[in-house]
Design a binder for this molecule. Sequence first.
Ligand code: SER
Length: 580
Amino acid sequence: MNLKDLYINFFISKGHKQIPSAPVVPENDPSVLFNTAGMQPLIPYLMGQAHPYGTRLCDYQKCIRTIDLDSVGDTTHHTFFEMLGNWSLGDYFKDESIAWSFEFLTEHLHIPVERLAVTVFAGNDEIPFDEVSYNKWLSLGIPSERIAKTVDDNFWIAGASGPCGGDTEIFYWRSEDAIPETFDTEDDRWVEIWNNVFMQYNKDENGNITELPKKNVDTGMGVERTTAILEGVNDNYLSSIWKDVIDLISSISNLPYEGNERSMRIIADHLRTAVFIAADPAGIKPSNTDQGYILRRLIRRAIRHAKQLNIDINSDWELDIAKVLLDKYKVYYKELEYNYNVVLDVLHNEKVKFNRTLEKGLKEFAKATRNNENIDALTAFHLYDTYGFPIELTTELANERGLSVDIKGFEAKFKEHQELSRTASAGKFKGGLAGNGEIETKYHTATHLLNAALKVVVGPDVHQKGSNITSERMRFDFSCDHKLTDEEKHQAEDLVNKWISEGIDVTVKEMPKVDAIASGAECMFIEKYPDVVTVYSIGDISKELCGGPHVKNTSELGTFRIIKEEASSAGVRRIKAVLE
Ligand code: SER
């Protein structure tokens, strides 16, 4: 049985319910590109909302971390990975959590206790030393020399604010060398395999820590890393998870893995992530913005590395690899089965598009660097605009030759170009909406107005929990403990229409994230934003961190009408509305 099945079966035997993996593109949050951790879709429940499946949950969650995109190529980095997790929502706490982790590792994965070491929270001014976890590990047979106490590494929070707490991390001795008696956290032969976070606090945007209504447990274990460890390989790509994919790339290219590792890992990793993005119910297609841009970058980088391995890039190599991935994962993720052909079409079409210009672009690149010149802004932009080279690809090509790229200059050119073609606001390159037609833009601004109106009509505790916009309607999820009365609905509708009729200007400002938060701007997942953010204000009615785009003045919106108000989940209501 593989690790995922063993894990789920184990936690089901401990009274947990398996919850399905959330999509890689967050369903109700246009402000983040991808789900980055198993706990992310569970934040509302960690904050106190009742979960429909109860208080003991487990899952394997698809995660995408693009922050590591450029590191892919080494032995451990992946853009897509699966995270195993088990949660207690105010149910069990440290004692059971630690006991079960220990039982699973030693009795089900058969890891010898001698290869394990742990860290626990050492305590600081605000939160005391985690004596309970310390003693629990001792009682299970982990000697005190193998229990390290740390402060920074043992406090877990997803970003700047939200549910958080001390944690205990479990490490495995991944080396042939003799296991040292004392656990040295600086020795990287000890590899972290599991993180149990005891989420009992909430950190607000001012940094104040308060107790959450319930004491929760949030654990996370990476499937790729743990599988590699159990199989005794030091290169994740040599584990059973990747073996068939690497073997296939090797046979397509007629080259051994040894000596060609980097390109083969990049092709394997990037195509797997591309498969999951393209299969997501959000229907992402390669484009120049947001998730679509990441998808494009992944596919194009994979193609460039295939070319590097002398693969005939016009053959069906990418489809053959994708099929192996689809067949392997569709057992666990149904969308890969439903969207099997969609995925193949996306990969193929993007390849055909890029192949038309790749060769010429590479020649252009060679010409520009023939005397080892660094790449200037104009060349970088030309490669992007004419040959479809994502800036990151140009940078990679340059770096491989020890050259640099004028990225700042490129960005300035990019902005200039965007403004010229009036396609979008400057912030859109970094994040924003999937659809950005005129009507979607209007709905986006209306969403901010509705959010503000509900705060006035229902109360300041209303917060956005999600949003979804199509050219037909907007959908807005918000925290609220009751069904809206007809009067509340009318008042909210009237207020939005009043603001529309007042013709209020919508303004945008770039500022450091910390300043934006300090100024009281609203946002959903603060940790998902870059350090410099765009803040949209509508007069003094609304101020939100947002990638845009928005209309310039509320008078552009027409008439706002709520067509439906219903429950979304416990403590969350959903409004569907139209602009007429
Ligand atoms: N939230 C913790 C992590 O991502 C445990 O799940 O590591």
